[in-house]
Write a protein that binds this ligand. Structure first.
Ligand code: UT7
Length: 334
């Protein structure tokens, strides 16, 4: 009889641009203030990519660190997934660029587009590939450079986003580690709550569209806020139950880092105390698909999660997409 397969997290890495933009710097350009941004979002500063830096720049660096921490050779990775909605180019996949940069030979490589939910979607897809025997050792990266789509004169969006990448190495094991339950959802009827309209096949870029600013991200923040709180908390509660656990078993919740008020509202609904909720958006803003793996990385480095702990990840984003997962952190003793 074949034994059940799991996908343990055996290494993690992160990378962010060195350039920091503070709230005060933004307030010099547009009609906003450090006070408004801090109290309405929790964000104090964000990292912003420089010209010449692309999504693969940070995805590669995060991936390299995750491989080093896992102590595995790049040649043993059979699959590379980059969760991103801001790829280097429309095609080929940024995952192929990362594969080449890291000298990973002949892997399966593809991008996964689920906006800010990309890492939770990616974790589910990656774990399924390992469980089914398609993959044995896989590099999953969440990476986005949202600021390249930002209109720096639009205060509704420019104060919220930052850039970066986070990565994990997953490895097949017969011990119950890694993602043990997850659920994913989307509601395409809400696709226009947040989008970049121009530059795709529906609306190829023209000089007129550029002049109208249709290459920039727009969103209905207030509407997204309401959906985010409801969908994240509902899916988080469901996934904890599906894992056969209760909230008391969760060592740390790692929510998508979009707005501290959204995170607080979700934590209240889950009835989990603030000390068991990870928040680092004050330093990075919303880094989209990178936000959960960056927060996982920092939580692990700070000793807030250790091997065998149950971690609850939950995210929402453009699409709308959302989803949650319970991860048993770390790797089995060898
Ligand atoms: O990963 C998914 C990405 N999307 C999101 O995370 C969006 C989720 N939504 C949010 O985080 C919040 O809705 C925002 C932070 C975007 C906005 O906060 P809010 O409390 O929902 O504010 P609001 O949109 O209701 O706006 C309140 C006021 C408005 O002024 P009036 O109409 O009341 O006079 C805005 O014009 O705040 C104004 N405002 C600002 N003021 C100073 C909006 N942005 C700014 C700003 N600085 N940057």
């Amino acid at each position: 009889m074949s034994r059940e397969r799991y996908a343990a997290v055996i290494g993690w890495g992160m990378a962010v641009p060195s350039r920091v933009i503070t709230n005060d710097e933004l307030a010099q350009r547009i009609d906003t203030s450090d006070e408004w941004i801090r109290t309405r979002t929790g964000i104090r500063e964000r990292r912003v990519a420089s010209p010449g830096e692309s999504t693969s720049t940070f995805a590669t660096a995060a991936g390299r660190e995750a491989l080093a921490m896992a102590g595995v050779d790049a040649t043993t990775i059979d699959t590379v997934i980059v969760a991103t909605c801001t790829p280097d180019r429309p095609f080929p996949a940024t995952a192929c660029t990362v594969q080449a940069n890291l000298n990973i030979p002949r892997a399966t490589a593809f991008d996964l587009a689920a906006a800010c939910s990309g890492f939770v979607y990616g974790l589910t897809v990656a774990t399924s590939l390992i469980k089914s025997g398609v993959s044995r050792r896989l590099l999953l990266i969440g990476a986005d450079i949202f600021t390249h789509y930002i209109n720096w004169d639009d205060r509704n969006t420019c104060v919220l986003f930052g850039d970066g990448a986070g990565a994990v190495v997953l490895e097949a094991t017969d011990q119950p580690f890694g993602l043990i339950a997850s659920n994913l959802s989307a509601d395409g009827n809400l696709e226009d709550l947040m989008a970049v309209d121009a530059g795709g096949t529906r609306m190829p870029l023209t000089a007129e569209l550029l002049a109208e600013g249709r290459q920039y991200v727009y969103m209905n923040g207030r509407e997204i806020f309401k959906h985010a709180v409801r969908e994240m908390s509902d899916s988080a509660m469901q996934v904890v139950q599906a894992a056969g656990l209760t909230i008391d078993d969760i060592a740390l919740v790692i929510p998508h880092q979009a707005n501290v008020r959204i995170i607080d509202a979700v934590a209240r609904r889950l009835e989990i105390p603030p000390e068991r909720v990870m928040i680092n958006l004050d330093r990075y803003g919303n880094t989209s698909a990178a936000s959960i793996p960056i927060a996982l990385y920092e939580a692990a480095q700070q000793g807030r999660i250790g091997s065998g702990d149950y971690v609850l990840v939950t995210a929402f984003g453009g699409g709308l997409t959302w989803g949650s997962g319970v991860v048993r952190w770390g790797r089995p003793a060898q």
